[in-house]
Design a protein around this ligand. Structure first.
Ligand SMILES: Nc1ncnc2c1ncn2[C@@H]1O[C@H](COP(=O)(O)OP(=O)(O)OP(=O)(O)O)[C@@H](O)[C@H]1O
Length: 345
């Protein structure tokens, strides 16, 4: 059903980034989940990379929005339009155009039936023939090459923009999982709040993210890096430049890091002993962009006394796993929380 000239695709519809995976091609679209809208004409000005560059810099009649929030759809129409754009991008790279694609999209494991249905509907509105959804941590585990079908325990922690998903997987199913709406965005927000409180300086989310990426770390940083940033002084209302140290950013991120560690511990507490022993041997695998936060693997390892490994290309795991799930649909049906809706339903 999915062979031949199919252009079927797996989509990691993320809060921060959307990735599209096509069999035999790999990840062929990788863009921020951002849409720039013209409020006067109600039309789309830009999607993806070019829209992200507009965040915080738009004139009055253009707004840059992120239609996904906390891993779920916050704005249905905009999400569907954004997906349509990404699906078209993916199709442009294919030479043979035969039919509408079947599309598998990942969803956070903790979402409601209504939220899941919205993702399926948006996928169909974006042009899919059939829309499937798969739980994100399961897709992450497949993408990270974990032995999800074997009678052995695997543990994956996927730290994205909106959600952190922790799951124990064995025999093609999620044994226990935890989804918290604390991840990269929350870290950026914590940095904004810290700078505001400490320096009376208002910075935008792009500056906060840049601080996190360049000098951020979990736990105490090893070096004494610092970074110069600009913002608006809340007392004078004027632009101001300050230097921020890595230690300060580690401090700002400490609560979010603690929340992620707590989710890992709670999941481990609920894990049956045999599977916990397997995980002790194989280690906890980190995926998602948040897995790249400096020293996060060491800190989780220290706190849980378990080995922790960052997956290869952690930001691609969910997209790859979503695509592979679609290729092996016969194995997945009725197992890993996969549901589908065809256009006629
Ligand atoms: N080197 C890094 N250090 C820390 N955080 C990083 C790094 N690189 C990327 N990130 C963060 O990873 C997040 C994006 O990760 P990812 O693309 O996996 O999320 P997503 O799939 O869009 O989100 P979700 O799964 O919650 O819907 C962003 O918050 C980004 O700032």
């Amino acid at each position: 059903m999915f062979g031949g000239f199919s252009r079927d695709m797996g989509i990691d519809l993320g809060t921060a980034n959307t990735l599209v995976y096509v069999k035999g091609k790999g990840v062929i679209v990788r863009e921020p989940s951002v849409v720039a809208l013209r409020t006067d004409t109600d039309t789309i000005e830009a999607v993806g990379n070019s829209a992200k560059n507009m965040i915080g810099r738009t004139p009055g009649n253009i707004v840059a929005v992120r239609p996904m929030k906390d891993g779920v759809i916050a704005d249905f129409e905009t999400t569907a339009t954004m997906m349509k754009y990404f699906i078209n991008q993916a199709q442009k790279t294919r030479s043979v155009f035969t039919r509408k694609p079947n599309v598998m999209v990942c969803v956070p494991s903790g979402i409601t039936a209504v939220e899941k249905r919205a993702v399926e509907d948006a996928t169909k509105q974006a042009g899919a023939k059939e829309a499937y959804t798969i739980e994100e941590p399961f897709a992450a585990a497949i993408g990270a090459d974990l032995p999800v079908w074997e009678p052995t325990g695997s543990m994956v922690v996927d730290i994205g923009g909106g959600t952190t998903e922790v799951a124990i997987i064995s025999l093609g199913g999620i044994v226990t999982s935890q989804s918290i709406r604390v991840a990269g965005d929350e870290m950026d927000d914590a940095v904004i709040q810290y700078i505001k409180k400490t320096y009376n300086l208002m910075i935008g989310e792009r500056t906060a993210e840049a601080l996190k990426l360049q000098i951020g770390s979990a736990g105490k940083p090893e070096d004494i890096d610092s970074m110069e940033i600009r913002g608006r002084d809340l007392l004078t209302g004027l632009p101001k430049t300050i230097d921020v140290t890595a230690e300060e950013i580690a401090d700002a991120l400490s609560d979010t890091v603690a929340a992620i560690i707590e989710a890992v511990k709670v999941t481990l507490e609920k894990t049956p002993p045999e599977l916990a022993a397997d995980i002790m041997d194989r280690g906890i695998v980190l995926t998602g962009g948040g897995a790249l936060l400096r020293h996060l693997d060491h800190v989780i390892s220290e706190e849980t006394k378990m080995p922790v490994i960052v997956a290869e290309n952690p930001m691609d795991c969910v997209a790859i796993g979503t695509g592979r799930a679609l290729e092996n649909l016969h194995l997945f049906k009725s197992k890993a929380g996969i549901t589908s809706r065809s256009r006629s339903k």
